[in-house]
Design a protein around this ligand. Structure first.
Ligand code: CA
Length: 238
């Protein structure tokens, strides 16, 4: 099956853009490649796209601004965005994720991994809207979460946790494999009006990990960015 709606690639380094394009074609995706933020916004205003692979460092309108405009617009806010960043741009990754980007890749990256991330983002896009509400039970490795009863078990043994810890765990577990910034964690668990330091998130996570014991390792720290729940597929055999 070939998706007719293209994936938009925004990348000013021609070689990288072409490489991404070639690999997506091989997977059966249609693509459209542009080299600037201006072109990207123009294209997006007139076309439906499946997903955007967005380089952050662009001449003129940069990737962050493209991301902001996409996520502010009702018409385009649902489109998943995967950011491309250079090494050492952690602060850009954080602000990109906070602007609503779904995932990121640090250059140089493997095309195979990018394809996997794209697949994941598209899959999540389909299921995410209903997932949090419809799933009363979630299982991540040895962790079982019963949302209705506010219960968490590790290997069948109940774990006592505070309301905040439970909410943070639910939030991370709702999208395994995706990095969440501290700001996003605060907003999702306490709302945007609550003023809370990012340090508080670290404290909750530390406590959460301790309570989960060995399963606490499933919550990964992504340095300079935030936290991520490991994907269950990577935990087979645990
Ligand atoms: Ca660039």
């Amino acid at each position: 099956m070939v998706a007719k709606t293209p994936i938009l690639i925004v990348e000013d380094e021609r070689q990288i853009g072409e490489l991404v394009r070639l690999n997506l074609h091989r997977e059966g995706y249609q693509t459209h490649l542009v080299e600037s933020g201006e072109e990207a916004l123009r294209y997006l205003a007139a076309h439906d796209v499946l997903l955007v692979v967005l380089d952050l460092m662009l001449p003129g309108i940069d990737g962050k601004e493209v991301c902001r405009q996409l996520k502010w617009n009702q018409q385009t806010r649902h489109i998943p965005i995967i950011m491309l960043t250079a090494k050492g741009e952690e602060s850009d990754i954080v602000s990109g994720l906070e602007l609503g980007a779904d995932d990121y890749m640090v250059k140089p990256f493997s095309a195979k991994v990018l394809i996997a991330r794209i697949r994941k983002a598209l899959r999540c896009d389909e299921t995410m809207t209903t997932r949090m509400d419809s799933l009363s039970h979630t299982r991540i490795g040895s962790i079982q979460i019963d949302k209705d009863r506010h219960e968490v078990c590790v290997n069948g043994i109940p774990v006592n946790m505070t309301g905040s810890e439970f909410k943070i765990l639910m939030f991370l577990a709702s999208r395994p494999g995706f990095v969440r910034t501290r700001e996003q964690i605060i907003e999702a668990t306490h709302g945007s009006r609550v003023v809370m330091s990012s340090r508080t998130v670290d404290v909750h996570i530390t406590s959460l990990r301790r309570k989960l014991g060995e399963a606490g390792d499933l919550i990964e720290t992504i340095r300079g960015v935030g936290y991520r729940m490991e994907e269950s597929s990577r935990m087979a055999g645990r």
